[in-house]
Design a protein around this ligand. Sequence first.
Ligand SMILES: [Cu+2]
Length: 160
Amino acid sequence: MRRTSSTPTTRRLAAGPGTRAAAIAAALVLLAGCGGDDGGSGRGADPSASDPALGTVTTAPDGVQEVTIETPDDYVFEPDSFTVAPGRVRLTVRNSAEQMVHNFRFTPDTGPAAIEEDIPLLQPGESDTIEFEVGPVGDYPFDCSFHLQLGQVGTMTVAG
Ligand SMILES: [Cu+2]
């Protein structure tokens, strides 16, 4: 997929997609070696999927929920919705556009609680990762502020 050719610029976190892929590969080796016993820490992560689909929430080795979405050249998020459980979330937004700059923020004054973390600017081909805590269940609208008027919006659902 495109991940291998992208160059994530993870400014705030050391663990990018490559690190995660390596960790999953290491986990596979461990599973093969010990016959898949009660390691148990990989809940929610399918060990056969080294590259989770966009919008698929997996649990990293450190217990944080991880999910990746993309912003292509049209004014959408791909996917435009995903669901997490209360707790920590590590969200990566990858701008898969060839022309267009995008950004990511939780739409101000919406949702059950404010989430201040945002990604102010993503150049074409760039990705960035933010990490935040979610508590109250409900729908948290997000948008690209550049293209909000063109309908570039989505929803993160927090479900207990
Ligand atoms: Cu945009």
